[in-house]
Write a protein that binds this ligand. Structure first.
Ligand code: CU
Length: 275
């Protein structure tokens, strides 16, 4: 093996090792180093998204291999040397029918689960709890209209892990409950997205958008603003802490007192008060 070959092999080994160590660090609800798959699912909607993704992946792989096989057959069997006298066939009704009908059936087969998934995402079931997320330049505010209407700001915390995802005040929700998320924007368009819950919805000034999730496992889940909203767009993460019913109840009691003034005193709320 030449020097170049050894270097390439070394690079490949390093890559595989990194990927393996990345997989070992994979945690629920957050991205992992060298991740090439979807984040692990933490909600029924995301379960369905993962299923649909895998279904399409298998389907497209099979179609691609089929087309490749046809091309190889044509190249080998019908090149000028192997087949000096070409056929003069211009029409074959059976083939015309087959290559029209089969793609139609495949598309219908994709459309059915696709629409089922869209309706699952868009039809908000009867909610156990509503949380309103307001996108601001450049942080989120969460309000809990069902629990005494307290509201608080959630800003990136530089000292917290995971890097660029940790916040000072997390959004907290109970496990296995239908959470209705309402989003709006206070200044420009933002987007509220948490990959493990399978949600991504715009937060638009003057409009209230709605989505939902049901977190099936206790833990931390992270997302990010997903609509370019200005210079600190990359620094307004979303952190959701999913807890048991009892923990949620005690958090609500503490939060009511902590945020009684109607939000924490950030530069933004101070600016609001000045108006
Ligand atoms: Cu943004």
């Amino acid at each position: 093996m030449g020097r170049m070959g050894r270097q390439l092999l070394g690079l490949a080994v390093a890559g595989v090792t990194l990927a393996a160590s990345g997989a070992a660090f994979a945690e629920l609800g957050q991205p992992a180093p060298w991740e090439y798959k979807l984040q692990e699912s933490g909600s029924p909607v995301m379960d369905n998204i993962v299923w649909f993704h895998n279904f399409l992946f298998v389907l497209t792989t099979v179609i691609t291999l089929f087309v490749l096989a046809l091309l190889v057959i044509v190249v080998v069997k019908f090149n000028a040397r192997a087949n000096p006298v070409p056929s003069r066939t211009t029409h074959n009704t059976l083939i015309e029918v087959v290559w029209t009908l089969v793609p139609v059936l495949i598309l219908v087969g994709i459309a059915v689960p696709s629409f089922r998934l869209l309706f699952l995402e868009l039809d908000v079931p009867k909610a156990d709890l509503t949380v309103k997320a307001t996108g601001k330049q450049w942080y989120w505010s969460y309000s809990y209209p069902d629990n005494g209407k307290f509201e608080f700001d959630s800003l990136l915390a530089q000292d917290k892990q995971p890097r660029l995802l940790g916040v000072d005040n997390e959004m907290v929700v109970p496990v296995n409950k239908v959470i209705r998320v309402q989003t709006t924007g206070a200044d420009v368009i933002h987007a509220f997205a948490v990959p493990s819950f399978g949600i991504k919805i715009d937060a638009i000034p003057g409009r209230l958008n709605e989505t939902w999730f049901k977190a099936t496992k206790v833990g931390m889940y992270y997302g990010q603003c997903s609509e370019l909203c200005g210079k600190d767009h990359a620094f307004m993460p979303i952190a959701v802490r999913v807890v048991s019913d009892q923990e949620f109840a005690s958090w609500v009691e503490a939060a009511k007192k902590k945020y009684a003034s109607g939000g924490t005193t950030t530069y933004a709320s101070a600016a609001d008060a000045a108006h």
